[in-house]
Design a protein around this ligand. Sequence first.
Ligand code: UDP
Length: 325
Amino acid sequence: MRVLITGGAGFIGSHLSDAYLARGDEVFVLDDLSTGSIDNIHHLKGNPRFHYTIESVHHRAAVAELVDQCDVVFHLAAAVGVKLIVESPVRTIETNVHGTEVVLAQANKKKKKVLIASTSEVYGLSNQVPFREDGNLVMGATTKGRWSYACSKAIDEFLALAYWREKKLPTVVVRLFNTVGPRQTGQYGMVIPTFVKQALTGRPITVYGDGTQSRCFAYVGDVVRALIALMDHEGAVGQVFNIGSTEEVTMRALAGRVKALTGSRSEIVFVPYAEAYEEGFEDMPRRVPDVSKISALVGFCPSVPLDDILTRVIAYFRGDVLPSD
Ligand code: UDP
């Protein structure tokens, strides 16, 4: 199979590239290196079944040419990280909405199956935890920059589902919950790489708010297996799936675990949201997926518990050699 991965030099995209190449498939990556990095795909450069194009998903001709050459498309290119989203809302909205329009329109011309990466962020302020795919999405006010990400991704979902209903383009939508593993940088605000780097360098571990907010962290290898299983399954077409772990942890407890596992002397400090992001910032108090839909279809079951994920991320930042996924 020939697989196009937009955002393939990103954290999840590069692991997806690894997995397809390991299966014997051919991988084409399109990435503008805005948040992705050439370092993530450096190890793949000598592989004759690996190809990459440094270009934006907004470039219609580049997307068209790559879609032509491939059998299926993973659209992962997007603005990522709450920090980046709050700081660059124009870029977030344009990248997420326009990029997806281009990819779907080009894929539709050749009727190539497309998997669109959406986000758990679309559940917004919903308190129907755990979140089910058919639950309500509850957005905050448009004056709060954070919600532009959720809204732009919700538009992507509507568009992908509309292409299936109206034009019979096979599309699959996934809502990725917090995903972690080697190659994820703390640069765009993600909490685990941030805490691990702080702990390893003896700097204060910065818990935002009062630290009672919780998340569930899935290992990137588990997430990649789920993406491939959904792409392979005919029954996934026209559907939305949560992908994530159900092991819930508060940020306060997470900071403590990172400190213990690194043996760090870092102090754990609490930083007000207004200072960490912007005045009036609204966080999601809990974010837990209901994964019964994907489990029923493809037997998805996260295999790496949080302590093991943390151990692998710590090893990565220490520069240790990691066991393969
Ligand atoms: N967070 C934190 N300290 C940090 C970075 C993030 O306490 O240095 C918190 C953040 O406010 C959120 C959670 O960790 O409640 C997860 O943040 P992340 O940006 O990783 O993902 P999100 O779930 O917000 O998309």
